[in-house]
Write a protein that binds this ligand. Sequence first.
Ligand SMILES: Nc1nc2c(ncn2[C@@H]2O[C@H](COP(=O)(O)OP(=O)(O)OP(=O)(O)O)[C@@H](O)[C@H]2O)c(=O)[nH]1
Ligand SMILES: [Mg+2]
Length: 306
Amino acid sequence: MNSTDVCILIPTLNEAATIGQLIKDFKQEGFSNILVIDGNSKDGTGQIAEAEGAKVVMQTGKGKGQAMIQAFELIESPYIIMVDGDGTYLAREARSLLRPLLEDSADHVIGNRLENYSKGAFTRLNLVGNHLINMFFDVAYGVKLKDILSGYRAFTLESVKELELNKTGFEIETEISVECILKKQRVEEVPITYLPRSKKGATKLNPVKDGFRIGSTIYRLAKMHNPMFYFGIIGSIFILTGLFTGIFVVIEWWSRDITHNQLSVLTTLLIVFGLQMYIFGLLSDFILTLHRQTVRLIMEQNKQKK
Ligand SMILES: Nc1nc2c(ncn2[C@@H]2O[C@H](COP(=O)(O)OP(=O)(O)OP(=O)(O)O)[C@@H](O)[C@H]2O)c(=O)[nH]1
Ligand SMILES: [Mg+2]
């Protein structure tokens, strides 16, 4: 592999404090093909990156996700390393991310931050949020990944072209991880160092708002992969509410001889609707299994023809 076969892709929004050094570090590691996709930074990030020899493209829309999607359209190099511009990841670890791709044991490599992070790199809220999101992802997709939100990744151009990406904000890493699973790509995780953000550059991530968006992305995308999980959650909410009102109705009738007619009807509706959601889930699961079997058969037949 020639080092220009690897495109270092850096999304930036006001990262003047760190971008220059980051580009220098990657160049020192032998990577000269560097693409900065900038969100119209106001602090001179683009100029610094250009002066350091990176190709700088201004994003046409808003958000990290939109920037990444736009950049994937522009890249022609067979390997891509995606890294944040805030200096929290180390250029010298790039080769360990590339290794599984070069050995052809993976299509997509995630740098796992959660095994070796520096003190202060995660706030307590971010750390708990990351663990919860990884657990939720495991339940929804049945795949144990340790750090689906990592911003340091390596993948082949071929694999990223396969992904259908639409998320414009910080949900992009989640969507990439989900799409890799749906497209049956080989995903590997490699432990990396994670450093605290420079005090000079402010975070663009709102842990509560973006955390919620990420959680809901995992949930909504699960509809096509694990419908029982998707409909089961809605069903459970209705059944639990129904049980709650139902228990209240029974207690009132038993202890005070009061009959709540309206609440009894509501209880029945809630439980019936909840059970229906479970049935939807089961049926969708059944349809999906049949669909997967059909796709597998078609693929096998196509292979035999070749
Ligand atoms: N082009 C572009 N880049 C963005 C945008 N928002 C964030 N970024 C960049 O995406 C990278 C990740 O953003 P961060 O704010 O560091 O988010 P984070 O790493 O999840 O959060 P921290 O732990 O606070 O660093 C950084 O390099 C940002 O400059 C955007 O709207 N457009
Ligand atoms: Mg960051």
